[in-house]
Write a new protein. Structure first.
Length: 436
């Protein structure tokens, strides 16, 4: 039976009939039945960006005692890939990126088929929505799947992306699965500030961003939103660390979003955030500030307008040259009741890449990283992988111990606004990263 024939309605019915916590499992089960698979599972992207998490639902294990309130908590070592975390009847097992087929499926956005001997054939299909790599579907089949069957798996994996996006609004199950490391309160606040998707592919551009947190959260945030003919984006860095810094970042980003949704200019957005921060800080008898860069791309023309409030300069990669985009920096937000900020514009050309960073990518031990050179040599990577490559270089330079959050946003400009994307199951495969 084919998922594009009778099985696709069955898949959609299963998703709607099931509880939000069971919807993903119901969809993968229907896919496995349709293709005669002997096993099927879903792996969700770990929030570290460096692994996948295999989510399964199993009966309570003998000898495991439920904690107060009915919750079961147990951690069992399972080898070098990480640990298996248990909560009630839920299991989350890390599968680290090691250059193997799972990582290549995510990286290249193409179905991978692997022969496993006695177990048969394993099919790995990326679960992706507009370039946001959500995870993988994994099927074990007794015979090598035909190209048509592989295409069916890929299409149903794309449907699964929407099922997960809808289901996670109603449950913490998937968020719990993605968190291989416990979050502090400040990290929890910071996580809620970020866009729901870290990657967005559109006809005229591709954008992706990544935040590598310090051990003590240091107030970095980024944001983007797409209008009909404009792309809005921002990056900010609140002074200090911990909850106080996260709360300052919350106030700043809330003010920016509020004013942006009223349709005001970049200068007025900065003024609104500055006023909100200054009023709060003086009212509480506190000192503080937030640096930031605000941007707006006019999609029909490719003109990028930028405002800099005491923040690190963005970089423009054009062909084989990488140079800072010099925008006269105004003062950081929140220092005074009124601030004036100028703005500058860059006319983007197809093939351009703009990279925004916070100072955690530049200071202390990160000074050993030639960021411009790394931007140049990573231009062949999809922004989704380029952000991780840049962040990983900084993490290595700091010996894995960041003193400040390191945040990077990559914007690729394609031009030709209004064109349709050329997609395969949620991704523009011709723009994906090559095999590593």
């Amino acid at each position: 039976m084919s998922p594009t024939g009778q099985a696709l309605p069955d898949v959609l019915d299963a998703a709607q009939d099931a509880s939000p916590v069971d919807a993903v499992e119901a969809v993968t089960r229907e896919l496995g039945k349709a293709l005669g698979a002997t096993a099927v599972s879903f792996l969700i992207a770990d929030l570290s960006g460096r692994a996948l998490i295999r989510l399964t639902h199993t009966p309570l294990r003998a000898g495991v005692r439920a904690a107060a309130g009915g919750h079961t908590a147990q951690v069992r070592e399972v080898g070098p890939a990480g640990v298996e975390r248990l909560q009630e009847r839920e299991s989350a097992k890390a599968v680290s990126f090691d250059g193997g087929p799972a990582e290549q499926a995510v990286r290249t956005q193409q179905v991978q088929v692997v022969e496993t001997g006695d177990r048969g054939w394993v099919v790995l299909a990326p679960v992706t929505e507009r370039g946001e790599a959500i995870g993988l579907v994994e099927l074990t089949m007794p015979t090598r799947p035909s190209p048509a069957q592989q295409a069916e798996v890929a299409r149903t994996a794309f449907v699964l992306a929407y099922v997960l996006i809808a289901s996670r609004r109603h449950t913490d199950l998937f968020e719990w699965g993605q968190r291989s490391v416990p979050y502090s309160l400040s990290a929890e606040i910071q996580r809620r500030l970020l866009p729901a998707a870290l990657t967005c592919e559109a006809g005229a551009f591709t954008l992706s961003a990544w935040l590598e947190p310090a051990a003590e959260i240091a107030g970095d945030t980024f944001d983007y939103v797409l209008a009909r003919d404009e792309l809005h984006l921002s990056m900010s860095d609140a002074m200090g660390h911990g909850v106080a810094s996260a709360l300052m970042a919350t106030l700043c980003l809330g003010a920016l979003r509020n004013s942006r949704r009223r349709g005001v200019s970049l200068v007025e957005q900065a003024a609104s955030a500055n006023s909100a921060l200054h009023e709060h800080l003086t009212g509480e008898g506190q000192e503080g500030f937030v640096t930031g860069v605000l941007g707006r791309v006019d999609l029909p023309t490719g003109r990028l307008s930028l405002l800099n409030a005491g923040h690190a300069h963005p970089y423009l990669a054009r062909r084989d040259r990488v140079e800072p985009v010099r925008v006269a920096p105004g003062l950081p937000l929140g220092l005074f009741s009124e601030l004036e900020h100028g703005w500058a514009a860059v006319d983007l050309l197809p093939g351009d890449r703009v990279v925004f960073v916070t100072d955690g990518m530049l200071e202390r031990n990160a000074e050993a990283v030639d960021l411009a050179a790394l931007i140049r040599v990573s231009q062949h990577l999809h922004p989704r992988e380029a952000t991780r490559a840049l962040a990983d270089a900084v993490v290595r330079a700091c010996g894995g111990d960041l003193a400040d959050d390191a945040t990077v946003m990559v914007l690729d400009w394609h031009g030709n606004h209004g064109r349709d994307r050329r997609t395969t199951s949620g991704a523009e495969v011709h723009r994906a990263s090559p095999r590593s």
